[in-house]
Design a protein around this ligand. Structure first.
Ligand code: AMP
Ligand code: MG
Length: 754
């Protein structure tokens, strides 16, 4: 005990003790006794204090409890709780403890709302606070089942005189809250109140015993919420107000008190109740080594948002309550998605190609196998092939035409011929297994397939090079089959306008010019090929088509890049890694930009890249369902994280949590895509289309749900965090494990596969 004289008549009294001696409740008892003794001394009388009730009574009481039934209670209370909910925004590398505090003082109006809800619902203020907190925790963790710690007084009502005993009674117990988004706030609170009543008889069990009977064990919760139901300050001022005046007592007044306490938790929410006409105060006490001040401020703002949300909308489904502030909503939904660029509308791939033919008919459009092809040559040959198709087949607009060819100039000519015909192509890799080829033919009902046989018959005849058909921007350009989780691939339908947007964005954003040379090496069954093919053809630069053998040989690829002074190349990240390891990158003087996409780009690949070169490496992200790519990130040497970046032109990205609401920056959610690049849907799969492409009820916008997890970083870039489902990538190819399971389980002798 230390008394410091601050100035005459003003003192600070410091009282330090280990928690094992007593808990916060005792302070009231002790301060009361202090006043009694003080008064007696002033009056020169002997203080008469109430008899001490020994702590051993409590020990005896403990021994009488039915431990087994309490243990069983907690075991069942926590059964099925496996994934511990945690406080978000924790810094990755945190050591030591540096105290930090964030205070939230609720306004009189807010407190009145809370009080009136608590009264009408028959719940305590503690339950209210716990209920709101549990919901926020659920939103942060995308779950409807959370556990956090709470401190209870631990003074059993059945123990005589317990309220005047000195000692350590308080305990930390888990509070589990399970709810459904369709429940109302009121229902959650009332259920929580019931649970609180039933758990009271078991508050005495040691936390370590409770934890050891749960799946997460000592990681059951990472923070506590303390409802301070016995504030020293209040008691003191009460005692003084009620105390006798006179005999010098009025000369003593307590001006304030402060309890400094350190717990084992890096995050504690301390709620001081509303009483004695005072408002509710919420104190967030945290470890600054683990949490940034601005993040704790955001948590505080979210909590406040929900405190009022609960009182104002107590009878609405929980999932409709948003925890974001208006400013955050504006930032996440609008500011980050402010990508509008007015491009000329009405353009299509064949239309743009035709413009290049007019502008530079004799420029080299394509280089393949040592031969050059001009725009005019490609135009004429594709015109002839289109004429052949129209001569032999009745082709209405948007007719599907298969293309099953190996890589050569004929592949390019065929693609152009189909598009000029006003038809959409369906790529079929000739090296696919027979069954897959047949499946695509049957599922897409393509009218005809351009293969080597068809080309032979075409070359045997004479056809006019002039064949132009009207093509609208909302017409289909291709139907691309991707792996399906239920066993069969699905055809994704893409329209010209989205592709044109994607290509134009790329051309302008990266400053491409007619002098650029693009390497075409991606197979045409993968949509990355679409920009490698049509960026040069439609916007006017040279394309170098790589043959099948070169694609997988880093050394040959590097030689090709050198020989043709290629300035742009794309690699899926694993292929880039192998390229870095096996090719002489430093000798690739012509390269101006390298793009990766298709799967997560590892930091080591970025680091490995810049160790050898300064050529910029761009990370692009996007699903087939949204015209190749929807976000971009410019990597730099020395970065320790590779985000997928920001939305491209006329594209919106939303990160929505399990209730479909925007997730706060830093909170994981599913990436949703809106804007001009969205596919029309899946061919002949209305149910699947409706499931994956939905109109968001609040945003009133058509969105594609990617199944990708991500979160907003503080700088407005998105970080990719894996998949919600079992989709994997193998060398950039999208594979649903469900399709593999389906294939295996249909083999003879196999009952089931996982
Ligand atoms: P695909 O339709 O073949 O383009 O595959 C799309 C999927 O590939 C996305 O939904 C992601 O899961 C993954 N993906 C594509 N690009 C990236 C990237 N840059 N980083 C991480 N994952 C990516
Ligand atoms: Mg993609």
């Amino acid at each position: 005990l230390t008394v410091l004289e601050l100035k005459p008549g003003e003192y600070e009294f410091i009282w330090t003790h280990h928690h094992i001696l007593m808990d916060g409740w005792c302070a009231g008892v002790l301060i009361n006794e202090f006043y009694q003794i003080y008064r007696s001394l002033l009056n020169a009388t002997t203080p008469v204090l109430a008899p001490v009730i020994p702590y051993v009574n409590y020990i005896r009481w403990l021994a009488e409890q039915d431990q087994d039934s309490s243990q069983a209670y907690w075991e069942s209370y926590l059964s099925g709780y496996e994934q511990a909910a945690s406080i978000p925004f924790r810094k990755a590398d945190s050591e030591g403890y540096i105290g930090g505090e964030e205070k939230l003082v609720l306004s009189g109006e807010e407190v009145a709302g809370i009080n009136s809800l608590c009264r009408s619902a028959g719940i305590t203020e503690n339950t209210f606070m716990q209920g709101v907190w549990s919901y926020l925790l659920g939103r942060y963790n995308n779950t409807e089942d959370v556990v956090f710690g709470a401190v209870v007084s631990g003074r059993p009502a059945g123990l005589a005189g317990v309220e005047n005993m000195i000692g350590l009674f308080i305990n930390t117990i888990p509070v589990r809250v399970r709810y459904a988004g369709s429940m109302t706030a009121l229902e959650l609170l009332q259920q929580l109140q019931q649970d609180a009543i039933s758990s009271m008889a078991h508050h005495y069990v040691k936390l370590s015993d409770i934890q050891s009977r749960s799946v997460p064990g000592n990681r059951l919760f990472d923070h506590i919420l303390v409802y301070e139901n016995y504030p020293v300050e209040e008691l003191v001022s009460d005692g003084l107000a009620a105390g006798e005046q006179g005999a010098g007592l009025d000369a003593l007044s307590l001006q304030g008190s402060e309890v400094v306490e350190q717990t084992n938790y890096d995050f504690t929410v301390l709620v001081s109740p509303s009483s004695h006409g005072k408002g509710i105060q919420v104190l967030f006490r945290y470890n600054r080594a683990c949490f940034a001040e601005e993040d704790v401020q955001r948590i505080s703002a979210h909590f406040r948002q929900l405190l009022t949300g609960f009182t104002a909308h107590a009878s609405q489904p929980l999932q409709t309550l948003s925890y974001l502030t208006a400013a955050e909503q504006e930032l996440l939904l609008h500011t980050y998605n402010d990508t509008a660029v007015s491009y000329d509308r009405g353009d299509t791939l064949p239309g743009l190609f035709r413009r290049q033919v007019e502008l530079q008919p004799d420029a080299t459009a394509l280089v393949y196998d040592g031969r050059n092809f001009t725009y005019r040559e490609l135009d004429e040959w594709s015109g002839r092939l289109a004429s052949y198709l129209h001569a032999h087949y009745t082709l209405s607009g948007e007719e599907l035409i298969g293309i099953k060819l190996h890589r050569s100039e004929w592949l390019i000519i065929s693609l152009l011929a189909v598009l000029k015909s006003g038809c959409a192509y369906v790529p079929v890799d000739p090296s696919y297994p027979e069954e897959r080829q047949v499946y695509i033919a049957e599922d897409s009902h393509y009218k005809v397939c351009i293969d080597d046989g068809l080309l032979a018959s075409f070359r045997a005849g004479e056809y006019s090079p002039d064949c132009y058909h009207e093509v609208r921007e909302d017409q289909l350009a291709y139907v691309l089959y991707t792996s399906g989780s239920t066993g069969q691939p699905k055809g994704c339908m893409l329209e010209h306008k989205g592709l044109v947007n994607r290509l134009r964005w790329m051309w302008e954003h990266y400053g491409f010019t007619g002098g650029d040379v693009v390497l075409q090496k991606t197979t045409f069954t993968f949509d990355v090929s679409v920009w490698e093919l049509f960026l040069p053809l439609c916007f006017g630069c040279k394309m170098v088509l790589c043959d099948d053998d070169t694609v997988y040989s880093p050394v040959q690829l590097a030689a090709l890049i050198r020989a043709h002074e290629i300035s742009n190349a794309h690699f899926v990240p694993v292929m880039l890694q192998s390229f870095i390891e096996h090719a002489d990158i430093a000798s690739l003087y012509s390269l101006r930009r390298v793009f990766t996409s298709g799967e997560a780009l590892p930091v080591v690949t970025v680091t490995g890249w810049y160790r050898q070169t300064e050529i910029p490496l761009y990370n692009l992200y996007g699903p087939t369902e949204a015209s190749i790519d929807v976000s971009y990130y410019d990597t730099k040497p020395g970065i320790n994280k590779v985000p997928i970046g920001k939305p491209v032109a006329n594209t919106q990205l939303y990160i929505l949590d399990n209730y479909g609401g925007p997730a706060a920056a830093g909170i994981t959610g599913e990436i949703h895509i809106g804007g001009v690049q969205l596919a029309r849907g899946y061919y002949n799969r209305p149910a699947l289309t409706a499931e994956k492409f939905m109109v968001h009820p609040v945003l009133q916008e058509r969105l594609y749900r990617t199944g990708d997890l991500g979160r907003w970083l503080p700088d407005g870039n998105i970080e990719y965090l894996g998949r919600l489902d079992d989709q994997v990538k193998i060398r950039g190819y999208r594979i649903e494990l469900g399709e593999v399971e389906h294939a295996i389980s249909h083999l003879p002798g196999i009952g089931a596969a996982v």
